[in-house]
Design a protein around this ligand. Structure first.
Ligand SMILES: C[S@@+](CC[C@H](N)C(=O)[O-])C[C@H]1O[C@@H](n2cnc3c(N)ncnc32)[C@H](O)[C@@H]1O
Length: 237
């Protein structure tokens, strides 16, 4: 699937709500894990819906995205925010276009558009661009099992059998239709398991912590730090 094409004319990131109060609350949850510091990189910043809320907590922020239209929206949203630089880049070109090191390297709703190999390459480079004591925070990874339940209507409070059967059939039909039309089976992108992140973390000498998203019950956050920075233990999603 050509995700760059998918995003090339979109103008917002598709949060559960684009209401400003909702976005502010979502950003407040994320700031619990980002903290504050000198430099932050938001990879796949989109229209800047979260970055605008991160900016007051860091001296300098960089937002990177491959979509020109998303960056246009971000430029409008962030006009007048002096400490944010926006850069057009993808996961490969990013590290050439964005020099220096960061206290926080983060993404939100982005890893679903990256293959396992791309996530691995991204995390290795991100580790090498961290300041001492820095962290990488991957927000809103789609949890494979929780999302599968949701796809058949089991992630909701009420799940009558007829609805489960209907959604199971509809989801499979939609996925087959997308594949026949040369698109990814899931237009939301692909889930990635905690096991993938655990394996990558072990390979690159990172500690890993998992937390469920407060706003999306089928998504979780991944917090990674260089092992020597002394994060206590590991929890599972
Ligand atoms: C769901 S939106 C999230 C935007 C923003 N992080 C937020 O939460 O509001 C995903 C963003 O990731 C960007 N993106 C996806 N894959 C990318 C890649 N390989 N390189 C750069 N940007 C990418 C898309 O252009 C889009 O703006």
């Amino acid at each position: 699937m050509d995700w760059a094409r998918h995003w090339e004319d979109r103008t917002h990131g598709g949060h559960a709500s684009q209401d400003e109060e909702f976005l502010a609350r979502e950003a407040r949850e994320k700031l619990l894990y980002l903290g504050s510091g000198d430099r932050l990189l938001d990879f796949g910043c989109g229209s800047g819906d979260l970055l605008v809320h991160y900016a007051p907590h860091f001296r300098a922020c960089v937002g990177a995205d491959f979509s020109p239209t998303m960056l246009d929206s971000a430029r409008k949203r962030l006009s007048g925010v002096a400490n944010v630089t926006l850069v057009q880049a993808d996961a490969k070109s990013e590290w050439h276009k964005v020099p220096g090191r960061f206290d926080c390297i983060t993404t939100a709703g982005v890893d679903q558009y990256l293959s396992r190999a791309e996530i691995s390459t991204f995390l290795e480079a991100a580790r090498d661009h961290l300041n001492p004591g820095g962290r990488i925070v991957i927000f809103d990874t789609i949890h494979p099992q929780r999302h599968a339940l949701r796809e058949v209507g089991l992630g909701f409070e009420r799940a009558p059998l007829w609805r489960v059967a209907y959604l199971a059939a509809r989801t499979r039909a939609a996925m087959a239709w997308h594949v026949l039309n040369g698109k990814a089976a899931r237009t939301i992108g692909e889930p990635h398991s905690p096991a993938l992140y655990r394996a990558i973390a072990a390979r690159f000498g990172l500690t890993v912590e998992f937390v469920m998203s407060a706003f999306y019950d089928y998504r979780y956050h991944v917090i990674l730090r260089p092992a020597q920075s002394g994060l206590a233990g590991e929890s599972t999603a």
